[in-house]
Design a protein around this ligand. Structure first.
Ligand code: ARG
Length: 574
């Protein structure tokens, strides 16, 4: 049950009864967990529209309100309504929560939702910048799936275009000189660097590289075979990163740029027959009034270059067409760097003009900022190269291993390695997800690996604390039966927080801000720690012990489920 919605509905129907039938839409509850109550803050707006005194309207609403779940409803300030839920209601709802699947998160009317995320360029290795789209998109996929939607993960990898020219020319050269390609390809980054160095320094090689692009695009079998070899290696590398990072993408989720090649001429034909194409300097472009450059001149969206080749925009239009017409998606979410804002808004506008996106379909760009070094500069190695993502993950795990070994030296090495993997990976992903998606953030090892503060290790540790209560008492929580009792203020606060898991997940998928869930889990764990200190669990009267064990177990379940929606694992001990 979404508690916020439940209260909202009660207030809205009271408002209707109070004679303000057209007003309910402005009623919103702002949740104030620090007071343990909800606040309706839309009464003032409604009163204004109706020409009434807000406190008077609030009084009328309270009189009309039929809401047994509340212990107290009062007018506050200029016309807010505060709703204090009763301890009985909270206790009964918590007891019920244990029977519900999914900890109260209700299934929605299932929509088909395409999530375009990760999408690295396969010419190079994944770098630290890919952490953003990959973790944020994966958390969105998991959360929407948890709500019952039909999620289609779309990894729109870049596997086509000019950069493959030098790679193929270089591969061919190595191959004919008897160098084993397989082992050379092990370090994709070095391979790419060597090829592009040659491209810059050797005009003859550069010329050949350009020819390879043409040969690849015209389907030359040898070029195709070399290209396939390279792509296979690169996909293997990406999958290794995903597996290590606990990202739910599989090779089957890849729908690469080149997969749309056959559709590209069709798209250009369709755009042409709709009269959308203008030829500008030999290139086929779509000009839309809404896009102009700094000089006021219209900005083109190019769909075919003057040499006949197709740019990034073309395969993206084909992808929209496929997602809309073949996948029949209701929504498509593009988790792509904010720097591609113009590209994506042109894409969606062109696709709407062409009728590829209909009025009922929601195609949306969910942008994000960049990752910065501690000095506020972009994250690069000393020689200006990108920092490999796999190395960042390995470093996180190594650092976590040090920490775990200091904290708990008596655990055997194998166990410490497993904990380090879960903690290290959790730390970097959580650092990513707990920030506002839109802002740039500074990557800081010490903060993200700290066991205090809003971090993955803190939450993972809170989880193990709860599990250790059960271990020490030798109780399997699934065998517990009895009712939850709410007596202490901290039980009330913690209980209310647990009931808010459902509305939190709903809030996350409203604007795909995973930090809402992170903040929630952080507050939940904090409340648990306070509860744990103030309310003895095992030393209380038997029915109180049972109730507190049930509350503790629900907390562990919510932390574990919440972290799982973020793509973060837990361990039983650390
Ligand atoms: N491969 C692109 C890049 O590395 C990102 C693709 C994002 N998705 C899309 N449909 N354009 O910049």
């Amino acid at each position: 049950m979404n508690l916020k919605l439940f209260i909202d509905q009660a207030i809205c129907s009271a408002l209707t009864q109070a004679g303000a039938a057209e007003a309910p839409a402005v009623i919103k509850n702002s949740q104030r967990p620090e007071f343990g109550h909800y606040q309706a803050n839309g009464v003032m707006g409604a009163a204004k529209r109706l020409g009434l005194n807000p406190r008077v309207l609030a009084g009328t609403i309270i009189e009309a309100l039929d809401f047994p779940a509340a212990a107290k409803v009062e007018i506050a300030g200029p016309g807010f309504i505060n709703i204090h839920l009763s301890a009985e209601f909270i206790a009964a709802s918590l007891t019920e929560l244990r029977q519900y699947s999914q900890l109260g998160v209700q299934s929605r009317v299932a929509e088909t939702i395409v999530i375009d995320y990760s999408a690295p360029n396969l010419a190079k290795e994944m770098h630290i910048g890919h952490l953003r789209s990959t973790s944020i998109g994966d958390a969105a996929a998991r959360s929407l799936e948890f709500q019952g939607h039909h999620v289609i993960r779309a990894n729109h990898v870049g596997d086509w275009g000019a950069q493959f020219g030098s790679l193929l020319a270089y591969m061919d050269q190595l191959d004919t000189s008897g160098v084993a390609l397989g082992s050379e390809l092990k370090d994709l980054e070095r391979f790419y660097m060597a090829a592009s160095r040659l491209f810059k320094s050797d005009p003859e090689f550069a010329h050949r590289a350009r020819e390879y692009v043409v040969r690849l695009q015209s389907g030359n079998p040898r070029c195709r075979a070399l290209w396939q070899l390279f792509i296979t290696e690169s996909v293997k590398h990406c999958q290794a990163v995903y597996d290590k990072l606990n990202i739910s993408l599989t090779p089957a989720d890849i729908k690469a740029e080149s997969d749309y090649n056959a559709d590209l001429p069709v798209v250009v034909d369709e755009l042409t027959s709709q009269g959308l194409i203008t030829v500008s300097n030999g290139a086929k472009c779509v000009f839309l009034d809404e896009f102009t450059g700094k000089d006021g001149n219209p900005l083109p969206a190019m769909v075919q270059k003057s040499d006949g080749g197709y740019p990034y925009m073309a395969s993206d239009i084909a992808a929209v067409r496929y997602r809309s017409q073949t996948l029949k998606t209701d929504r498509a979410l593009y988790f792509v760097d904010a720097r591609q804002r113009l590209h994506l808004s042109q894409l969606f506008s062109v696709a709407k003009q062409a009728g590829y996106i209909t009025d009922t379909q929601d195609f949306r760009h969910l942008p994000f900022g960049v990752i910065l070094k501690e000095d506020g500069k972009p994250f690069k190695t000393r020689d200006g190269a990108d920092v490999k993502l796999i190395e960042v993950i390995d470093e996180a795990i190594a650092r976590a291993f040090e920490l775990v070994s200091t904290k708990n030296p008596e655990l055997d090495a194998e166990q410490r390695h497993e904990i380090a993997r879960v903690v290290g990976v959790g730390a970097i992903k959580y650092a990513e997800l707990s920030k506002n998606r839109l802002t740039d953030y500074v990557f800081d090892w010490d903060t993200m690996l700290s066991f205090e503060g809003n971090t993955a290790p803190y939450l993972q540790y809170a989880y193990t604390r709860i599990r250790s209560v059960f271990r020490r008492a030798d109780i399997d929580p699934s065998t517990l039966s009895g009712d939850i009792l709410i007596q202490e203020p901290l039980e009330m606060q913690l209980g209310l927080k647990l009931l808010q898991f459902s509305e939190t997940v709903d809030a996350v998928t409203e604007d795909y801000q995973a930090n809402i869930l992170c903040n929630y889990l952080f507050e939940l764990a904090g409340l648990f720690m306070s509860f744990y200190e103030a309310c003895p669990i095992l030393k209380a009267a038997p029915e109180v012990t049972t109730s507190r064990l049930l509350i503790a177990d629900l907390t562990a379940q919510v932390i574990q489920q919440g972290l799982d929606l973020l793509g973060i694992d837990t361990v039983e001990q650390m």
